[in-house]
Design a protein around this ligand. Structure first.
Ligand SMILES: CC(C)(COP(=O)(O)OP(=O)(O)OC[C@H]1O[C@@H](n2cnc3c(N)ncnc32)[C@H](O)[C@@H]1OP(=O)(O)O)[C@@H](O)C(=O)NCCC(=O)NCCS
Length: 181
């Protein structure tokens, strides 16, 4: 496994692994790798980087932790990363560059568009839709059949019980648009 980051050469180590160079360096070495994922939590930034790499011919990998339980009838897009103890149920469809973080559950027939991030411990009930670039915060729960638009932020521990329009940020139980100061 190799890491590339634009913080190089200022920082040359990411946790236990060496950073081998900047993204420019990676762009020159794309042929060396069987698959690439973009490990950036911010959905917009991850989308930009991943689409850029794909346009340059990078092969996108799908990373799945061995402890994740994924239905054989679920579909995962390229560049998607599934963390430990995730459950993804039957007929769920995930787009490109999605992150399903530690211990989250995505139930039957859910549809997650490209570059969605479901944070640790969040639970999506059956038949939930989540639009492009949306972020569901840690420990949030989403009622079955709910439609969450694109570019939405669902705050930590929120309970989403009705559809959320694109571009909003909702928090609380039940989830409501966050008051702006
Ligand atoms: C919703 C969220 C994005 C807002 O972030 P922010 O814009 O920086 O908001 P602030 O921390 O400045 O808080 C603004 C107000 O909203 C409230 N608030 C923030 N997040 C809240 C939440 N999840 N639930 C309820 N209220 C929340 C704060 O208490 C504060 O209220 P106040 O103005 O009455 O003091 C963020 O708090 C959040 O929940 N992020 C998810 C984090 C997460 O999932 N991390 C896992 C990453 S893998």
């Amino acid at each position: 496994m190799s890491f590339f980051d634009n913080i190089w050469p200022g920082i040359t180590q990411s946790s236990h692994w060496p950073i081998e160079g900047s993204l420019d360096e990676l762009n020159h070495r794309l042929d060396e790798f069987d698959g690439i994922v973009v490990a950036i939590g911010n959905n917009q930034v991850r989308a930009e980087r991943l689409l850029e790499l794909e346009a340059r011919g990078a092969k996108l990998a799908t990373l799945i932790h061995p402890s994740a339980q994924i239905s054989r009838y679920a579909t995962l897009g390229p560049g998607t990363v599934v963390f430990a103890n995730v459950v993804i149920n039957v007929d769920a469809t995930l787009g490109k560059g999605v992150i399903i973080n530690t211990g989250a559950t995505v139930d039957h027939d859910c549809r997650l568009d490209d570059f969605v991030h479901i944070s640790p411990g969040a639970n999506l009930a059956g038949n939930v839709s989540v639009g492009t670039h949306s972020w569901v915060g840690i420990g949030a729960v989403v009622r079955q059949g709910t439609v969450i638009g694109s570019d939405v932020t669902v705050g930590a521990c929120a309970a989403v019980v009705s559809d959320i329009p694109p571009g909003s940020c909702v928090v609380g139980v039940p989830a409501r648009p966050r008051a702006r100061g």
